[in-house]
Design a binder for this molecule. Structure first.
Ligand code: NI
Length: 394
């Protein structure tokens, strides 16, 4: 079949996909609590007659669409969770849940996924393989993808490729980012406990002040990226929480710093972790304190398969001649899709979704976040076209 057909067919579903997205937007649910959303998705997948599995990682839904031959299999993943943010968009479809909002566009992703299922299902007699639709819970910092992997999302059948996407409000509609190699950073949680000796604030000479040591550690950590790392490499070290003391006239005995480290793994990660430990330990010691540094890996980096990404770039340029295809977009944010891409070649695409002229350009995770809905049918077609091409090309 002529895969460009999906573009017309998807545009014909525009009203439906917008309505679907708005429904999810009105009823946002936090990670692992996406019961209503998952119910709507499961009903739709059952309605199409797909093989559906629910309750994967609490609320995840997996739906299999089998075509005219069993292989290859492509996993398409869409995340469903919202954020603990009070919406301030004033949109007619604003959140009906206090303090919870779809401020990252996952409402759009879920609606896009349902539309892709509809598009590919209507051509199932010609579909040259199997599509595994994955509607994932808890992407926002809760590693829902890791839980789904533990619960078998990559088995039975094992996918040959994974494809996923994120609406991207940093860029306008008409822009698509497909980056061969590293595309999103891996994330670590950092915790530094600094121990001194408590005492009276009026007699600092009799105490060892962990607050002063913590302040020096925070400043010195800024040198890891600026002085230790090759300037052409990327990393982030952010201290985001500082806790110490309960009274204005007491020097506490401990200070606690928390934060995050972002890198693309490999030698850069090793170097950054090593320097963070050396600096925290050394500076604390110089101030008469002791530092205990804990680093916990949360998410590996998202690394796109180079051959796959290159293939998709040329496909998108061919099918969407007016689109800007950016081959270098890289984000220091993390994305748990990385867990599904560790062992299976995959590609994670950014789909520009802002429209400054309509005031739809607030950043992700902002209470004013909203995107231009014209992107929804286009993104659905993009996923359908990409999946079809990969099935055919195998
Ligand atoms: Ni997101």
């Amino acid at each position: 079949m002529n895969i460009s057909q999906f573009i017309t067919e998807s545009e014909a579903l525009a009203e439906e996909i917008v309505a679907q997205r708005r429904d999810f937007h009105r009823h946002p649910e936090l990670g692992f609590q996406e019961h209503r959303t998952a119910g709507v998705v499961a009903d739709a997948m059952n309605g199409l007659g797909l093989k559906v599995r629910t309750g994967v990682a609490e609320t995840g839904v997996i739906a299999l669409l089998e075509g005219k031959r069993p292989n290859p299999t492509i996993l398409l993943r869409f995340d469903m969770d919202a954020l603990p943010i009070q919406e301030e968009t004033g949109a007619s479809y604003t959140s009906t849940v206090d303090g919870v909002m779809h401020a990252c566009g996952h409402d759009g992703h879920t609606a896009i996924g349902m539309t892709v299922a509809k598009l590919l299902h209507s051509h199932r007699q010609d579909l040259p393989g199997t599509i595994k639709f994955v509607f994932q819970p808890a992407e926002e910092g809760l590693n829902g993808a890791e839980r789904m992997v533990e619960e078998g999302v990559l088995l039975d059948p094992v996918p040959d490729y994974t494809l996923s996407m994120h609406l991207w409000n940093d860029k306008p509609v008409g822009w698509i980012g497909i980056t061969p190699g590293p595309a999103m950073a891996g994330s670590e949680r950092l915790e530094i406990e600094i121990t001194g000796r408590g005492g009276h604030a009026a007699s600092p000479h009799q105490a060892v002040d962990p607050v002063l040591a913590a302040a020096q550690v925070i400043c010195a950590l800024q040198s890891v990226v600026s002085r230790n790392l090759d300037p052409c490499q990327a990393a982030v070290v952010s201290v985001t929480q500082v806790r110490a003391g309960d009274a204005f006239n007491v020097i506490p005995s401990k200070a606690l710093l928390k934060g995050t480290i972002r890198t693309f793994g490999g030698e850069v990660r090793d170097l950054v972790l090593q320097r963070v430990k050396e600096i925290a330990g050394g500076v604390a010691q110089a101030m008469g304190c002791e530092a205990q540094v804990k680093v916990e890996r949360l998410t590996p980096p998202v690394v796109n398969n180079r051959a796959l990404a290159t293939k998709l770039q040329s496909l998108v340029k061919r099918v969407y001649p007016e689109t800007t295809v950016d081959t270098e977009e890289v984000a220091m944010g993390s994305e748990d899709m990385a867990f599904m891409m560790e062992d299976i070649p995959g590609c994670y695409m950014f789909v520009g979704s802002s429209n400054p002229a309509k005031g739809l350009d607030a950043s992700h995770h902002n209470p004013h976040f909203d995107f231009d809905e014209v992107v929804l049918p286009r993104a659905a077609a993009l996923m359908a076209v990409s999946a079809w091409m990969l099935l055919e090309g195998d």
